[in-house]
Each structure stands twice: as structure tokens, then as C-alpha cells.
Design a protein around this ligand. Structure first.
Ligand code: ZN
Length: 166
């Protein structure tokens, strides 16, 4: 079962769940939720079932310039990306070829859409990070913010080690 890590918003109370199958989103107020840190199952109206884990910590983002690529399994589109910041929870990235596009017309790259990304961290062994993200925000000029999900443990460890060692 897929596990999504959800990070509580800056206001500390609300977060958004996105169904990975149908893309439906739901705002959740965690203020009065008991045992917030425990994983829980979510059933969507489309019959998808997945696990969510709320994270209260907001990890610091580190500014980087790392090169990689993404691909979209729905549209089969693939393109070069520049990772601009990275944290345990996700990445901010730029797609140079999208810089002139209107933010509303980028098919397959709207908030809630899923992409697979792969990039290399800087370091002695240049570890490759490969994982899926959900797009959380889209800005003019081809800038995107994405949140990791279904990241394998070793990728998460590599990101954690990278953030610690910098
Ligand atoms: Zn759904």
C-alpha cells in the first residue's frame, strides 16, 4: 500500500490529502486529531485505499542546483529539470522548456498531478535520487513545487544524509 507523508501547513492546522488515483483533494484539520503521528488508512470515493502519515515538523529546505529529468507516465512526456531546492518532504524544480508557458495550460503538470523524477546529488558518490512526486504548486516561468510520495527507503536515507552533510 502506498504511503503519503503529509506535512502540516505553516499555520499548523490544515493539510491537503490528494488521492493518487483520481486526484481528488481534501483539506484536513489536524488541530484536534488524536495520535496525529500514527499512520492511518484513507478510503477515497473512487475506491482507492492508501496510507497517510502526518508530519508536524517542517524540514528546512536547502537551495541547490541539481540536474535531472522527469517523466509523466500518463502523457509519456519526459523533459530536463533543474532541482532548485530540496528537503525531506519534496523538491522545488524548474523545467526550462516550460518557461514561456502559461501556468494554466501545462497539461499533466497541474497541482495534484504525479511525476517521476530522477536526479543526482552532489557528493563523492553522486547518489541518484529516483522517486515520485505530487505537484503541489505551479508558478510562472516553469517553476514547480513537488512533494515526495512512495519514495523508497534508500532514497529517503540518501536525501536525509545529503541534507545532514551539507
Ligand atoms: Zn480517489
Amino acid at each position: 500500500m502506498v504511503t503519503q507523508h503529509l506535512y502540516v501547513n505553516a499555520n499548523g492546522i490544515a493539510t491537503t490529502i490528494t488521492c493518487l488515483r483520481c486526484g481528488k483533494t481534501k483539506e484536513i484539520d489536524v488541530t484536534h486529531m488524536k495520535n496525529v503521528h500514527l499512520p492511518r488508512k484513507v478510503h477515497c470515493s473512487c475506491n482507492a485505499t492508501f496510507r497517510i502519515v502526518f508530519e508536524r515538523r517542517r524540514y528546512s529546505r536547502k537551495g541547490v542546483q541539481l540536474f535531472g529529468k522527469y517523466w509523466n507516465s500518463h502523457s509519456s512526456e519526459s523533459d530536463a529539470v533543474v532541482i532548485r531546492d530540496i528537503s525531506h518532504s519534496g523538491i522545488g524544480f524548474h523545467v526550462p522548456s516550460k518557461y514561456l508557458k502559461d501556468v494554466d495550460v501545462i497539461e499533466g503538470m497541474r497541482p495534484g498531478d504525479c511525476l517521476h523524477v530522477e536526479f543526482r546529488l552532489q557528493g563523492p558518490s553522486n547518489p541518484t535520487i529516483s522517486g515520485s512526486i505530487i505537484i503541489r504548486n505551479v508558478k510562472k516561468g516553469g517553476y514547480f513545487g513537488g512533494e515526495f510520495y512512495a519514495q523508497d527507503d534508500s532514497a529517503e536515507k540518501r536525501v536525509g544524509f545529503y541534507l545532514l552533510s551539507q
